[in-house]
Ligand binder design. Structure first.
Ligand code: G3I
Length: 341
């Protein structure tokens, strides 16, 4: 049973998971992570966030992020690519960034931060989430210190510096609730598309859009609705990916039942299915070859370490493996879907 192996046979570039540093020292967790063919990509959950990399301005601490990069490289279970996460986000900022700066000072701060990240990990990141979650659920630009100092050009600037500093990484804009208009009934999707067009017109390179896909059981849009939203983004960028997939029970009723897990499994199948449809179905646009939906990453694979109960105590059991590392129906459905392709 190997998700990444069959994802690749089905045409995707990888099936990956996110991982937080303490897990590296947990042999049981690592045996699943490094199981041959299971995961082909790793995303650091916290290690590359600004707060953890540059707590003090100009002082960089790489140890935790390097430890994940080394786990990705280590032969056990096959070499994994890294989806690097994230350069510029309104959360996870050190306190020295969370203050008021002039436009030119913020521009310099972003330049230095992005250059240092990109240079340090050069050659090790398949993709970088350059900017994460810049627009809120109502389609309004989040009032981050970056936006307050620079306005929309903070995004253009960030992508420009990232492209100069690591020309081989795929540069992504990453956000949640972009998967379908039914999830995001306001203007978030159209504002995001407009933002991407503007930033690209201003000369920045954006290769991809990451659909986080933090979803709820029973509220997942149809496979074709997700695929058609992906197609809309593929009018603007070359590739999309599912970057933080998990599907939580909301509310979580315990003890959980087989039926709940079966329902969750069908929801997982929708999301991975949409990625497969867009991967094979998308041809060309304006003569330019598009790569479509390139891969799927789950935001950790086991309920034991999911972010959900920590942040939303009444919800949970969002992952494909349960609390005791037993594979849930979601795992088998996704695997069978990939195998059938
Ligand atoms: O490591 C410290 C620990 O030393 C300290 O005692 C404890 C006390 O609060 O905090 C620990 O750090 C926490 C860290 O997770 C590790 O558990 C932070 O407070 C907490 O804010 C952090 O939460 C992360 C969150 O992003 C904010 O950065 C979650 O793990 C992580 O799963 C979540 O991931 C985000 C993506 O980056 C972007 N998309 C949404 C997704 C889910 O919220």
């Amino acid at each position: 049973a190997q998700l990444d192996k069959y994802a690749k046979l089905a045409g995707l570039s990888y099936f990956g998971t996110a991982i937080d540093n303490p897990r590296l020292y947990n042999p049981e967790y690592m045996s699943h992570l490094q199981s041959p063919g299971e995961f082909g990509s790793l995303t650091p959950i916290n290690a590359q966030k600004w707060k953890n990399i540059e707590q003090v301005q100009g002082v960089f601490t790489w140890a935790e992020a390097d430890a994940i990069a080394n786990a990705a490289k280590a032969g056990m279970g096959g070499r994994k690519v890294m989806r690097c996460h994230t350069m510029v986000w309104f959360k996870g900022l050190p306190s020295w960034v969370e203050t008021t700066y002039s436009k030119s000072d913020m521009e310099k701060i972003l330049t230095a931060h992005i250059q240092n990240l990109a240079w340090h990990f050069k050659g090790r990141c398949y993709a970088w989430d350059v900017v994460n979650e810049a627009i809120d659920d109502n389609g309004v630009f989040r009032q981050s210190p970056m936006y307050k100092a620079m306005g929309l050009p903070f995004i253009t600037h960030s992508f420009r510096i990232a492209a100069q500093s690591d020309p081989s990484a795929r540069l992504y804009y990453n956000d949640y609730a972009l998967e379908s208009p039914s999830l995001s009934p306001g203007p978030k999707i159209s504002i995001t598309l407009a933002m991407l067009r503007t930033v690209i017109a201003q000369g920045a390179t954006i290769h991809g859009v990451g659909f986080q896909a933090h979803l709820k059981v029973g509220q997942v849009p149809s496979r074709s609705a997700i695929a058609s939203t992906m197609q809309q983004f593929l009018e603007v960028v070359d590739e999309v990916a599912i970057t933080e997939l998990d599907i939580r029970h909301s509310p979580l009723r315990t003890p959980s039942t087989r039926e709940m897990w079966e329902k969750q499994a069908r929801d997982y199948e929708r999301v991975v299915g949409a990625c497969l449809d867009v991967n094979s179905g998308y041809g060309s646009n304006g003569g330019k070859k598009k790569r479509g939906c390139v891969g799927v990453t789950v935001w950790d694979f086991t309920d034991r370490y999911s972010w959900v109960p920590a942040e939303i105590p009444t919800e949970g059991e969002a992952c494909m493996w349960d609390n005791n590392y037993v594979k849930k129906p979601a795992y088998w459905r996704v695997l069978n879907l990939l195998k059938a392709k």
